[in-house]
Write a protein that binds this ligand. Structure first.
Ligand SMILES: [Fe+2]
Length: 218
């Protein structure tokens, strides 16, 4: 490459494609297909914006990076917003199904240990969903080896290092305004009724396999 080429050394623009829409999310109890489809459109928009930001980052002027304002700062900041918008929604949509189910014995055991059981977890999830301005998560902390709830006020706020989301409850108004007006508690109840525990259990089983591979106990 020409030494004078400004592109030398710049990161390659990684691109994402939206996941396939799970058909199960259009047949929920109390959360309409219309609402879910509109919500899915927002998820796709996050994917598109991520791709756009990554492309723009390729040519952003690294030498002009500045904490007050610079193209590079703006792009890096918005990149985290787009990534959150993608990953948070993918957990959320995978969490939903009218089939319901219940936690696996292994997950129920961990919920008992860390959050006072399934009922204790659901009490916490409802409170976190009411307290959050954007998201409430059940997450596994790989370092501290425990389940806990985290809230997010936007797509990219309050991430906890070394924690993986297992359940993501979207409490932005776009999640419920069409079906429940401003009644967020009714929407949270509907989310809980539609929790796809078989999908959640799969995620939990994957985390357990991960620990086995890492050689950690638990
Ligand atoms: Fe959303």
């Amino acid at each position: 490459m020409d030494p004078g080429d400004e592109q030398e050394g710049h990161a390659v623009a990684h691109q994402v494609t939206p996941m396939d829409m799970p058909g199960k999310i259009l047949e929920l109890d109390g959360i309409s297909a219309e609402s879910v489809q509109a919500h899915w459109g927002l998820y796709e928009a996050y994917c598109n914006k991520y791709n756009e930001v990554m492309q723009k980052l390729e040519s952003a002027d690294r030498g002009a990076a500045n904490q007050i304002y610079s193209d590079y700062r703006g792009l890096r900041e918005m990149l985290t917003f787009a990534i959150g918008g993608i990953k948070n929604h993918e957990v959320y949509f995978n969490n939903l199904s009218a089939d319901g189910g219940e936690p696996s014995d292994q997950l129920a055991e961990q919920l008992q240990k860390d959050l006072g059981g399934v009922d204790g977890f659901l009490t916490e999830l409802k409170a976190a969903g009411m307290a959050a301005r954007g998201w409430a998560f059940l997450a596994w902390d790989w370092q501290w080896m425990r389940l806990d709830l985290h809230i997010g006020d936007a797509q990219n706020t309050f991430p906890v290092w070394n924690a993986s989301p297992i359940i993501a409850l979207d409490v932005y108004e776009h999640s419920y305004i069409a079906d429940f007006s401003t009644a967020r508690p009714k929407y949270i109840d509907a989310f809980i009724r539609n929790l796809d525990w078989s999908s959640v259990n799969e995620v939990w089983a994957g985390i357990q396999r991960g620990h086995e591979l890492l050689g950690a106990d638990g």
